[in-house]
Design a protein around this ligand. Structure first.
Ligand code: GRF
Length: 224
C-alpha cells in the first residue's frame, strides 16, 4: 500500500563531484515529479561543483571537512559521526549518495538502514567499484547500465531498487558509454526517490519489492 504523506520527504544528498545526479533530483522536485525536499547537500570536497549547484538553487549546502579526522584509526567512523549529527539536525528521512567518493561506514549505514540510496553506473552485481564503464567494455559486455540500490556496509552491494540498461556499441569509449548510462541515471534516481516517498519500497531479504508494480524502466535504447 502506498502511503499518502502530509509533508514532503526530507532528503539529504552527499556528493563529491560534478553533481549531475543531484541536478536531476533538483529538477524532478522543481517540476513536481518527485515529492521531496532537499534539506541539505553535503560534500567532503570544498570546491565540489555539486555544492555550487545546490547554492544556485537556494539549497543549504555544506562542506564537512574530513581533514580533522585524518590519521585517527577511526577516521572514517568519526567523520560519519559528524555527518550523522548534521543529518539528524536536519531531520533527514532519506540520504542519497550521488557521486559521493567516500565509503560510508556502519555509523551511517545503521542509522539509515533502508533509508540511504546510491546510484552506480553498472548493472550490479556486475562491476562494483570504480572505472566500471571501461571494465564493461573490456569484458566485451553487450549491455551496460545503472543501478539504484540501498546502501549496506559492502560497497555497491545493497538491495537493488531500479536498473536501466543501455547497449554497448562497438566504437564506444568509456566516455561515450558513461554519457549514455548517465542519461539513464538521471531518470531512475528520481523514480526511485519517488517510490520511496510513496512508501512503495519494501526490502525482503536482499530484494526490494515495489508495491503496486514496477514503474516502466527505460531499458535498452535501440541503437539502430
Ligand atoms: C555517476 O556516474 C554515479 O553513478 C557514480 O558517480 C557518478 C556521479 O556523477 N556513483 P554526478 O556527480 O552525479 O554527475
Amino acid at each position: 500500500m502506498s502511503i499518502k504523506r502530509k509533508d514532503a520527504l526530507r532528503v539529504a544528498v552527499l556528493a563529491s563531484g560534478r553533481g549531475s545526479n543531484l541536478q536531476a533530483v533538483i529538477d524532478a522536485i522543481e517540476t513536481g515529479t518527485v515529492q521531496a525536499k532537499i534539506v541539505a547537500v553535503i560534500s567532503n570536497k570544498k570546491d565540489a561543483p555539486a555544492l555550487e549547484r545546490a547554492h544556485r538553487h537556494g539549497l543549504s549546502s555544506l562542506f564537512v571537512d574530513p581533514k580533522p579526522y585524518a590519521g585517527r584509526p577511526d577516521s572514517r567512523e568519526a567523520y560519519d559521526r559528524e555527518l550523522l549529527d548534521v543529518l539528524r539536525r536536519h531531520d533527514v528521512e532519506l540520504v542519497l549518495l550521488a557521486g559521493y567518493m567516500k565509503i560510508v561506514t556502519k555509523v551511517l549505514v545503521e542509522a539509515f538502514a533502508n533509508r540511504m540510496m546510491n546510484i552506480h553506473p553498472s548493472l550490479l552485481p556486475s562491476f562494483p567499484g570504480l572505472d566500471v564503464q571501461k571494465k564493461a567494455i573490456e569484458w566485451g559486455c553487450k549491455l551496460a547500465g545503472c543501478t539504484v540500490h540501498f546502501v549496506t556496509e559492502g560497497v555497491d552491494e545493497g538491495p537493488i531498487i531500479l536498473q536501466a540498461a543501455v547497449p554497448i556499441l562497438d566504437d564506444d569509449t568509456s566516455d561515450t558509454l558513461a554519457a549514455r548510462i548517465l542519461e539513464q541515471e538521471h531518470k531512475i534516481y528520481p523514480r526511485a526517490i519517488q517510490l520511496f516517498a510513496e512508501g512503495r519500497l519494501r526490502v525482503v531479504g536482499r530484494r526490494v519489492v515495489i508495491e503496486g508494480g514496477k514503474p516502466l524502466g527505460e531499458t535498452i535504447i535501440n541503437s539502430s
